[in-house]
Design a protein around this ligand. Structure first.
Ligand SMILES: O=C(O)COP(=O)(O)O
Ligand SMILES: [Mg+2]
Length: 252
């Protein structure tokens, strides 16, 4: 409470001065990041933008890769970018950060839904090798050419979420999200989710945007992501992501 009269003792004033100084000491620093992959770190041609390999290793705070892709993909991205393996995979079904690995959701129910899809003649659309689902542990993904109506019906029947990431359809367990997973990441790293800045482009980023301190949807984002974001950029893909990162560095 501010001093209101001259009866304020000097100790209290000292305390206020100290507080001012400590406020100054906690002035903006470069924040930790939660970054989506597809549409955010990629080019419009779906390839990783090479600038990722320049900017992420230099980032002076933790970087978490938060994606709908299966577990090995973001791990490989971190590995080849030379940054610590801090990942949220499978739309929040898997968290791997430093020594911690954990899973969310009901993979058995998801497997039953995938079996039912095949039994109804559904084709996930990735070919015989299916490297999209081969290492997926908590959900399954279908090419966007797959039978959407049947997938949506199965989501209802099995009480799962249907997600359209703009890159694939996903059936995930209720309650699982990148946002919830960031809570787990935050516990491990001892960083509150509100300290993070998130950048993304689709409905699988909406919950993430809801838990971080500052969120950005790229110009290529879908309506759900744009509505959930604090800021909608007029630049897309990695150009948009870099514009946010440069602003954050300038601000610090
Ligand atoms: O795997 C997808 O469908 C999309 O992945 P993303 O969450 O990195 O955009
Ligand atoms: Mg995306």
């Amino acid at each position: 409470m501010p001093p209101t009269d001259d009866t304020t003792d000097l100790g209290e004033l000292d305390e206020l001065e100290d507080r001012d100084e400590s406020d100054e000491a906690t002035e903006p620093t470069v924040p930790p990041l939660a970054l989506d992959i597809d549409g955010t770190l990629t080019t419009p041609a779906h390839t990783i933008d090479p600038r990722v390999f320049e900017v992420l290793p230099e980032w002076p705070a933790p970087v978490v890769i938060a994606t709908g892709k299966a577990f090995p993909y973001p791990v490989a991205l971190c590995h080849f970018a030379g940054i610590p393996e801090r990942v949220i995979a499978e739309n929040g079904g898997v968290v791997c950060v430093d020594e911690h690995v954990s899973y969310e959701g009901d993979p058995e129910r998801v497997r039953e839904a995938a079996t039912a899809f095949a039994e109804r003649g559904g084709d996930l659309g990735w070919g015989a090798a299916d490297t999209v689902n081969r290492w997926r542990e908590t959900e399954f993904a279908a090419r966007r050419t797959a039978d959407e109506a049947t997938l949506r019906a199965l989501a209802d029947e099995f009480d799962l979420n249907f997600i359209d990431s703009q890159y694939a359809y996903h059936l995930t367990s209720q309650g699982v999200s990148k946002g919830r997973a960031l809570g787990t990441v935050g516990e491990v790293l001892d960083i509150d989710p509100t300290e993070f800045v998130a950048i993304g482009d689709s409905e699988n980023d909406a919950e993430l945007f809801g838990v971080v301190g500052e969120s950005y949807a790229l110009s290529n984002a879908d309506d759900t992501a744009k509505e959930a974001a604090d800021t909608v950029l007029d630049v897309g893909f990695m150009d948009g992501t870099l514009s946010v990162l440069n602003d954050l560095l300038d601000r610090a």
